[in-house]
Ligand binder design. Sequence first.
Ligand code: FA5
Ligand code: MG
Length: 362
Amino acid sequence: MFQTGKFVSNITPQVASKIGANLHLVKGHPIRIVKERVYNFFKKYQPGRFPVFDELNPYVSVKDNFDDLLIPQDHPSRRMADTYYADTSTVLRTHTSAHQTTLLRSGCDSFLVSGPCFRRDSIDGSHYPVFHQMEGVRVFDEDALGEQTVAEHLQETLTAMTKHVFGTEVETRWVDEYFPFTDPSWELEVKFNGEWMEVLGCGVIQPRVLENSRLPGRSGWAFGQGLERLAMILFGIPDIRLFWSADERFFKQFVGVDPSAERLPRFIPFSAFPPTSRDVSFWLPAQYNAHDLYDLIRALGGDLVEDVKEIDHFDDTRSGRTAKCYRLVYRSMERTLETEEVNHIQNAIRVAIQDKLGGVLR
Ligand code: FA5
Ligand code: MG
């Protein structure tokens, strides 16, 4: 971590190294292919309506990322446990919604924004600290909608988009959600490998957000979708870490793929390598947030750690202490791991739990 004055940034070297990667701009990368497939839909559906912004700076102000979107001062997403802060008033954007009010204020009333977002998050096959989102915003001229409500227009648009991107085979469902900046709000889930996977959040923009954007009295909708999640479904990519793999067995499967092709190739996993798991239990320090543990594990285990779950929790009523046990699943996407190598990483993690987190191993 880097120190500037009194403030200590929580941006880890691992995350810092990925800030400029911009997978959504890399030719032949599945994130770019899926992005273009969605853009093609909007071009066809509303020619000229949605300008695209793919290279906006991922460092944004706290005002853009949170305040202007009505995210309350005490909302958990603002904590340093959840968000990477460069300094006290600048964050690595946690969502592309951070650009909503600035673009609206600049006079652009409909647009698409794609780019990397950053979050201190859990560790599993569909979460990664760096991921790519696409934001879509449409603000209507008065009376542009006729009889239709904004909510109906939003759901109709996103349903058509999903059909265009995936074809008709996929199962989808709307789930009621809450976002401070939209009301009503939903998430769209898609069936993937037998389970529902959330791909986007959306809703009708709150009047106060439009006031903050100097568009009082207007109405509109917005959505933000995860491009990794879309690409996983579109190509059948089983694990989010693969997007960062340098293995040519991954990349060569996407060479020359046309984003507008009706049928896309399915990803053929190179043989699945065996997982191996290790447990660690420790007494928690007084100040504890699991995201500190996850960042520490990411820093030491990198992409060899596939999943981390809390499997046991123990409150010692006498001492007032709490202990937790976590199970770490190690697996490489590219090769079989040596026991030695896993033990070595697990030991480094155990040491860091004591030295960096202030936990006491059991
Ligand atoms: C948002 O980020 C809202 N800004 C979405 C929104 C936009 C709502 C406009 C209303 C209006 P959420 O936190 O649910 O919402 O994230 C949106 C999507 O980003 C998720 O559905 C998922 O596809 C993706 N996503 C979020 N966190 C991660 C992660 N750690 N790894 C991979 N994908 C992620
Ligand atoms: Mg969500």
